[in-house]
Every structure is written in C-alpha cells, then in structure tokens.
Design a protein around this ligand. Structure first.
Ligand code: PMP
Length: 456
C-alpha cells in the first residue's frame, strides 16, 4: 500500500468514526429533549451552550486547532440537537392549521392566532389585475422585479421612511418571509452566528438554521418592557457573528425601540461589521415614535417590507427588500434560481396599490388593538400595552400555565390563539391578534376569559 493509500484509509476511518459519534450525540440530544419536554423545560439554554463553547475554546487551544473552526463545528452540532429537540414544536402556524381543519369539519373558530387583517385590499387592486392582462403583463420578467414597480417602491420608501434609495436598492419578492429567507440564505454561511432578540417571529430562527447558522438569543422580558440590553448584545457577539435581526414594531410584543436605542444597536453592528436585518413589516402600524433602520445609513442594513399587513394583501404574496445594490444582486440570483420572478400581474397590482390611501387600515387596526387591550386587562392578563403591530403578548398569571396546552384546548371552545412558546422560551404567554371585526374580537376574548376562569 502506498503512503497516500494508508493515509486515505486513516482519514476514512476518522470520518466514519465521527459519523458514529454524531449518531450517538444526536440520540442523547433526543433523550434530553424528551426529558425537557416532560419536565416543562425550554429547549434553548444559552448558559449551557456558553459553558460548552468555553470548553471547546480551551480544547482548541490545547490541541492546536483553530478556535473559529472548533466553534463553527460546535455550532453545527448544537443546531443538530436543536433540530431533534424542536421537532414537533407548536407555533401560531400549528394552531392556525388545526383551526382551519376544524373549520373544514364545520366548526366555527374565531381567529386570534394569525396576523392576517380582515380588511379588504385596496380598490385599485381589483382593476389592476384585469388591466395587467390587457397590458400583456403575463410573461416572465426580470428576477428583481418590474422596473416600474422597483422605481415606484424606491420613491415610496424614500418619501415615507426618510432614507433616499433608488431602483437598484430594491428587490421585489413573494412576501416578506421569502425576502428574509433570501437574505439569510445568501449572506450567512454554515457555522456563522445570528443574533435574534426574543420573543421573535419563529421564521428568523428557522431560516438561520436552514442556512446552517447558529442562532444566539438575546432574551427580553415583560418586566423589562421587552427592552433588549445593549450590554448583552455586545457580550453575545464573537468572531463568528455575522448578523443581528431587528423587528420593530415587534411581532409578538408590539414593542417599538426608541430610535436612539435602535441607533445604538446599529452602531454596535457597525463596530463589529455585522449585517442588520430589519424586518419592518409592521411599520404602518407604529403608534409611537418609530424610525426605519435604513435611515441609519449603514451599508450592511437589509430592510424587508411587505404589502401583506399594510395593504391587507396577505394572499397576493408580495413584499420587497431595501439594501445595498451588492446585497440586492446576490439575493436576486437566488430568487431567480428559486422562482424566476414574482408573477407580473401581482407586481402590477402592487404598483397600483401604492397609490391607495391606507390610513383607514391603520385606524381600523388601532381600534381592534384597543378592543383586545381592554378585554385582556379585564381578563387579568399581564402585558405591556403595545406601541405598534397588531398583537397583545400576554402572560397568564396562573401557576404552571402552559400556552401550548391552553391554545390546543381553547380550540374546542371555538377560539384560536398563538402559544408563547412559538416565539421563544415563553411558556406562560399567549399572543392574541387584533385582526378580526370588533364583535368577533369581543366574543373571542369572552370565550378565552371564560376558559381561563373555568380552568379548562
Ligand atoms: N415578518 C413578520 C414579523 C411577520 O409577522 C410576518 C407574517 N406574519 C412576516 C414577516 C411575513 O409576511 P409576508 O410573507 O406575508 O409578507
């Protein structure tokens, strides 16, 4: 056997041994997951992870392995554990799917779980769809979006959010969700770290994990009025950190950061050369002082926007990204690969929707939110009055309360709510959406209150 053959045999052996160890590790992670589930302990444990991270650093130094590589490998292993332990995790979408299935069986459900305004899309949209056919917008188009729409969006964004942008800063995508997926899939590499401030919309974590990246959580609390600690953000950053995600007005808490605090977070990102992914889908529903992250003039900022909430166009599946042209270009390449382009009739409808006055939607959501706020107070729920968005994120002050169990049982009473656990380690919380008409909201809250009192 030649030297190279011998070494190849050795390397194969090591690789197969590593796979056996990976299987062993995953089985143990799964057993830990079962124990956590049975004792009501959350999946994520930053303190434990940090301890292991220190041990890995120490070992790397001892054996002469590059520390960054060791930590990236650890991130891969931690993600595998998280995947097995979160398999079957219940989010607002799980409850939404169950509610829809009950409706198909003829049961009436009041939807307080999903963020879908019951408002009509703008009038302009109706005619636009027919017009798009007449005008021949029925073919393949440029991957980044129709030039007309991109420049109208640039104009709209510049005027509305005080951040001058041009057509080349815009990418039109099928909804904010896909824009976030594109940003994370193109800007992150396996082993990279992303900071997510929790509670958070679950797709940030899922998209990051899908890109092979590790999510580092900065948890916020009701007691701290959902204010993230700048110190904790700084402490969480290391040489593998690539991105921080912001979402204000926030889903699920409705929190809006003071512009000065948001600027400080962006300064931290700038100092550490991180991307800032700012999901601003609820900007239309900002009921206190709010500022787009794009106005900070930091070239690694990616803002995602959507017509879903502002224009009540969830079913049209259209949103957009605002970022540096270099970022737009790489995201566009992946979009072209996945979907070619957003359907042109839908893009044309969005172009016309931009002309609509959406202030009625804002008033309506404000009124609905006020209904939920007063009913939730009456029911004795604990929450911070939201600064924006369309939700109340409330703690249920009952010993041992489990949001997942409650949300599932409440379905039998004809009401759907989102369990807090879908947004992080918030077992005692539920998220209530203000998206139905006022009577339904009142009825839903009455049933919810009754269910809590009767201890169902
Ligand atoms: N971001 C947040 C915070 C959301 O709550 C949602 C939808 N609920 C989205 C993005 C995605 O919206 P869409 O894909 O419909 O634009």
């Amino acid at each position: 056997m030649t030297d190279i053959d011998q070494l190849r045999n050795k390397i194969d052996d090591v690789t197969l041994q590593m796979l056996r160890l990976l299987k062993q590790r995953t089985d143990i992670a799964s057993q830990i997951g079962n124990l956590k589930r049975n004792s009501g302990i959350g999946v994520f444990d930053e303190i434990r992870e940090e301890q292991l991270r220190s041990e890995v650093s120490l070992l790397c130094r001892e054996i002469g392995l590059e520390e960054d590589l060791g930590k990236k490998f650890l991130n891969f292993l931690l993600n595998e554990s998280i995947k097995v332990q979160t398999d079957g995790r219940q989010t607002h979408l799980t409850i939404f799917a169950k509610a829809k299935s009950l409706e198909q069986q003829g049961k009436k459900i009041i939807h307080l779980e999903v963020g879908e305004p019951d408002l009509a899309p703008p009038q302009q949209v109706k005619g636009a769809l027919a017009e798009a056919l007449d005008k021949g917008f029925v073919r393949y188009g440029p991957a980044a979006g129709m030039p007309h729409l991109r420049s109208a969006l640039a104009e709209h964004f510049s005027a509305k959010f005080g951040a001058p942008v041009k057509q080349e800063n815009i990418l039109v995508s099928p909804g904010g969700r896909f824009a976030i997926y594109l940003a994370m899939s193109t800007l992150l590499s396996p082993g990279d770290e992303v900071i997510v401030i929790e509670p958070a919309w679950p797709a940030y974590r899922d998209c990051a994990i899908n890109a092979g990246s590790k999510v580092r959580t900065v948890a916020t609390t009701l007691d701290d009025r959902w204010e993230p600690s700048l110190e904790q953000i700084e402490k969480t950053i290391n040489s593998n950190t690539r991105m921080i995600v912001l979402n204000y007005p926030n889903n699920p808490t409705g929190k809006i950061l003071l512009p000065e605090i948001q600027d400080k977070i962006i300064d931290i990102a700038r100092k550490h050369d991180l991307y800032v992914l700012s999901d601003e889908i609820y900007s239309e529903y900002a009921f206190s002082r709010w500022k787009s992250a794009a106005s900070s003039n930091y070239e690694k900022t990616i803002v995602t926007q959507s017509f879903s909430k502002s224009h009540a166009m969830t079913g049209f599946r259209i949103g957009y990204t605002v970022a540096d042209p270099k970022i737009i270009d790489i995201m566009t390449k992946l979009q072209a690969l996945c979907i070619t382009n957003v359907a042109e009739p839908i893009q044309y409808a969005a172009l016309k929707a931009l002309q609509a006055d959406t202030s009625g939607n804002v008033k309506s959501i404000r009124t609905k939110l006020d209904v939920i706020i007063s009913e939730a107070k009456r029911a004795g729920l604990e929450f911070v009055v939201p600064d924006g968005a369309m939700y109340v994120f409330a703690n249920v002050p009952k010993p041992g309360f489990d949001g997942v169990e409650f949300a599932n049982r409440l379905l039998n009473h004809g009401v759907a709510v989102a369990p807090g656990e879908g947004f992080g380690s918030y077992k005692g919380f539920i998220r209530i959406s203000a998206c139905q008409d006022e009577n339904k909201l009142k009825e839903g809250m009455r049933l919810l209150d009754g269910a809590l009192r009767e201890n169902i």
